[in-house]
Design a protein around this ligand. Structure first.
Ligand SMILES: [Zn+2]
Length: 248
């Protein structure tokens, strides 16, 4: 069942990829489904599911530059009813169930499940990229509003010196392309799974590079490298720890 839904997602993405990217390039806030390009029956697809937060009180994100608290309930992108409910909603229930079943043993996950967790994390990256293209830059904390910058999407303002606006768009294109690829076999070592006893939700990501997400309800934390491949899980673990130490 779940495999059929994922096949249908890949098919929609493959068939409509070009249209979706062209539409977004033309208008960052285009009102189309981010997964199939449909303009009908649009709903709000959450970038992160509510269950990820567990009982954590901190139900918001702080954006790096605007320094505004963004409630999880407002972090949505447009998706048609079919993609949102039939595919993504169903898939998220599946992932949550896998996490619920494995609170004690982190090496419980089969390779097949790990590939699905990777797809879930790839979806989150793509959704964040779309979200940040749709959001406008407001102001840097403690500084004045700069009218000139107000027309730029947040993802372009947030990019570091090495990331040009064209790189921002090639990242979106890449992230969407990943969703059309079935096998994640080569990427299995790129996912690091930790046991955690932290009681609050933590999250950080660098688009197209890595994501860290800590799920208090499931005593799990995930670190995933979107691009890098590793020969062993030890190698990716060490690399992930290095980055986590820098951020915390
Ligand atoms: Zn759709």
């Amino acid at each position: 069942m779940i495999d059929n839904r994922l096949i249908s997602l890949r098919k929609k993405v493959r068939e409509n990829r070009k249209f979706i990217i062209d539409s977004i390039l033309n208008n960052h806030k285009a009102n189309i489904c981010a997964f199939c390009g449909s303009e009908d029956n649009l709903t709000k697809e959450h970038v992160l599911p509510k269950w990820a937060f567990g009982n954590c009180e901190k139900k918001y994100f702080e954006t790096k530059i605007n320094k505004l608290n963004q409630r999880y309930s407002q972090t949505t992108i447009p998706a048609c009813f079919d993609c949102n409910s039939f595919i993504l909603g169903y898939f998220e229930c599946y992932i949550e169930k896998e996490f619920n079943d494995t609170s004690l043993y982190i090496d419980y996950f089969t390779d097949e499940t790990i590939e699905k967790i990777i797809i879930w994390l790839e979806l989150i990256d793509y959704k964040f990229q779309i979200l940040n293209l749709r959001r406008k830059f407001i102001k840097i904390k403690d500084r004045d509003f700069i009218p000139y910058l107000a027309n730029f999407p947040l993802s372009i303002i947030q990019a570091d010196e090495s990331t040009s606006p064209s790189k921002v768009f090639s990242n979106v294109r890449n992230a969407l392309k990943k969703l059309s690829i079935k096998s994640k076999q080569r990427k299995i070592n790129s996912l690091v799974i930790f046991k955690t006893s932290n009681e609050s939700f933590h999250f950080f990501n660098k688009m197209n590079e890595f994501i860290f997400i800590e799920l208090p309800k499931h005593n799990l934390a995930l670190f995933y490298f979107y691009e890098k491949e590793f020969n062993s899980s030890k190698e990716s673990f060490d690399h992930a720890i290095e980055i986590i130490k820098k951020v915390y």
